[in-house]
Ligand binder design. Sequence first.
Ligand SMILES: *Cc1c(COP(=O)(O)O)cnc(C)c1O
Length: 397
Amino acid sequence: MTASTPADAPIPLVDLRAAHAEVAEEVQEGIDRVLAAGAYIKGPDVAAFEREYAEFAGTRHCVGTANGTDAVELALRALELPPGGEVVLPANTFVATAEAVVRAGLQPVLVDADPDHLLIDPARVAEVLAADGGAVAAAGGDGRPGRITALLPVHLNGQLAPMDPLLDLAAQYGLPVVEDAAQSQGATQHGRPSGSWGRIAATSFYPGKNLGAYGDAGAVTTSHDALADAVRLIGDHGSGRKYVHDRFGFNSRMDTVQAVVLRAKLRRLPAWNAARRAAAARYDAMLSDIDGITLPRTLPGNEHVWHLYAVRIGAGRSRDAVLTALQEAGIGAGIHYPVPVHLQPAFRSLGRGEGSFPVAEQAARELLTLPLFPQITESQQARVAEALAKAVARATA
Ligand SMILES: *Cc1c(COP(=O)(O)O)cnc(C)c1O
């Protein structure tokens, strides 16, 4: 990070302290102000952050929540889908996407990813919709309501899912789209921001996300006034007026201190995302000659924000041996995610065993995430590239 960092210092997967150093003074002043005011939940800082983030995401509204999983649940609950209705989401996502569906009283329907960019595959979505048989009459269906009630694409690793074909399917079947935008703050597709494509969207400000709080936080974005009102109500005990509970809800509000942190970091986010893009381009150049690995692919039309830079270690080589070798060399590589949702013990009841989603399963065996954060230096990346080349060559022998 600095001139005083030894040349062989470990390289973390993400360096949250480096980001903090850039906002430290502003955050300290803000926290001192919150402590002096003695109001710790919601308040003017949360309202200001909500305005600023809505503008950033290109939506009319943003509602702060306690975390990203709640944000997905609140977005689904606000839509008032029929209880037990099915929601289509990718098998290769962080487990929270599926958890939120279940918590909202709905049923996850997983689909496989596109083998090229590993985002949800619209062709697989079309298949489950056709099999559901419940296309609205306008789409030539039999008029019987389908069990599928919403589409929940995930903007994985920092780039948007293919939204045009998904919105076409949603329109054809009369379904709302809910975006899981937890990994894509600031990403765009055809210039349109993540979080502004669906009827409603959820994001997470978990510390390691591109826009990270100093604890848990999340948000819902939407341009529909009634949905924003519903999210606000449900996430505050169903109460818009003190001690009057208009509908069933729970507690998922944003802490004031987190809003202070997020406001300071949001101002830097465009520059930080640009720095991530520059770092990803450097990796692309540095790693292009290594035999046996596949570099991450960007969907045309996407401006990627590189939440994660994950390469694939090809068949015949042990990804886990490469991971161990990198870790021994002091390089904080990781795996996102080692087990797809349908093979998690918690989701056994979905009844989808090994072989159900071959693309997601192969990705889980092959993916290896390399260190990437806005402040990573070219020389740190060169060390990662060198160690990776060595480790892959050894894993091949
Ligand atoms: C992080 C994440 C979430 C959940 O966010 P939390 O704030 O950790 O609850 C949901 N979906 C995806 C894809 C995520 O990466």
